[in-house]
Design a binder for this molecule. Structure first.
Ligand code: FE2
Length: 371
């Protein structure tokens, strides 16, 4: 086979935005809803299949605009629905993508590396990279989980590494490292070459950056709910959002649940309408109580408990409103930590005020202290 030739794209005297559609993400990648009815039908269908060899009854929700490889629900986020019947267990697997797991029905156990997590409905837990895991259903009901992964991004980079039933474990890899004496090598100094901080780092530090353990963490719904319900007391005049970020201290300074995503759980009292705003991070909402609507780039999208929705394509102007009646509970996944780290997180909290680069500029405030 002949080697491929590079393409040459002459950009001289062209507008900086090559494809204007890319600057209108809601047109390029419109909001989309995986309705409760679709999810329920998939749970029933997956439960009726003969047990797959690897134990995973799984369906992926893919946006029609998504490239392959990639297959995201937003460009960088893959979402799957996994079902386990009572008594079933999956074959171990590991990969270099990280995940947020969310139980939407039933209960069970996740064994992630050394950690064993007993989970119930609406519990959240993370899967760090390259740790072997399996799921079990010891209960009497069907178990259904939503899994959010940065596999979409890694697939587009052609580096998503997945191993089914790996024979070694990460603990063994750590042992190898110790026996090879990598950690006992004294680090050669990185040194500054000017007054502005520009420095030179030796190869030995490049191939041995400080290792920081990545833990599996569990946010049980009952504990999260107890704290969340107290935010109701902020009253009608509160201008912020009544939510908690399920924070992983490993992402200190980058506000994440994994290094790539944050997961937040919001309580939205009835009849609340947010101010329109926009951000570079994309947003996927799963509503598990109440109903309402979102307005995205001027178009209205209704939602209700049990719907999974791409509610904010990156940089689309949007706001959400809850109906009268029940308060709304929602789980939101955004690729915010990655964007903070990349210095790409433009955020406009109020459309009449300037855009800010979060993580670099001073961010925004609410009226919470005044209340
Ligand atoms: Fe938003």
């Amino acid at each position: 086979m002949r080697d491929q030739e590079p393409l040459l794209v002459d950009l001289s005297d062209r507008p900086a935005v090559i494809n204007p559609a890319r600057a209108k993400p809601a047109r390029d990648w419109p909001p989309i809803t995986v309705s409760r009815e679709m999810i329920d039908a998939q749970i029933e269908r997956l439960a009726e299949l003969p047990r797959p060899a690897n134990g995973r009854r799984q369906v992926m929700f893919v946006h029609p605009s998504a490239p392959t490889p990639g297959c995201g629900l937003t460009p960088g986020v893959q979402v799957t629905l996994d079902v386990l019947k009572p008594g079933e267990e999956t074959i171990p697997i590991r990969h270099n993508s990280t995940q947020v797991n969310f139980c939407i029905r039933g209960a069970g156990t996740a064994v992630v590396g050394e950690r064993r997590i007993g989970f119930g409905q609406y519990d959240v837990w993370n899967h760090p990279s390259y740790v072997t895991y399996r799921h079990m259903n010891e209960g009497k009901d069907l178990q259904a989980r939503l899994t959010y992964s940065n596999a979409a991004l890694l697939e587009m980079m052609r580096v998503h590494m997945v191993e089914e039933d790996p024979s070694d474990t990460v603990a063994n890899v750590e042992d190898d490292k110790e026996s090879a004496g990598i950690d006992v090598i004294e680090r050669l100094p990185t040194f500054s070459i000017g007054d502005d901080g520009a420095s030179l780092m030796p190869y030995e530090t490049l191939i041995n950056p400080p290792s920081v353990a990545s833990a599996t963490l569990h946010w049980p719904w009952l504990t999260v709910k107890e704290n969340l319900d107290k935010l109701d007391a902020l009253g009608e005049s509160y201008a912020g959002r009544r939510l908690y970020l399920l924070f992983n201290p490993k992402t200190e300074g980058f506000n994440g649940t994994t290094p790539n995503f944050f997961a937040t759980i919001t309580i939205r009292p009835p009849g609340i309408t947010d101010k329109p705003h926009r951000h570079v991070s994309s947003s996927i909402n799963y509503y598990f109580r109440g109903s309402g609507y979102s307005r995205v780039e001027g178009k209205r999208y209704d939602w209700k408990a049990g719907d999974l929705m791409v509610s904010a394509p990156g940089w689309a102007v949007h706001n959400h409103a809850s109906d009268a009646g029940d308060p709304v509970y929602e789980l939101t996944i955004q690729d915010q930590p990655l964007n903070i780290y990349m210095e790409s997180l433009l955020w406009q909290e109020d459309l009449s005020l300037p855009v800010k680069l979060l993580g670099v500029n001073e961010g925004f405030d609410t009226n919470r202290n005044a209340l």
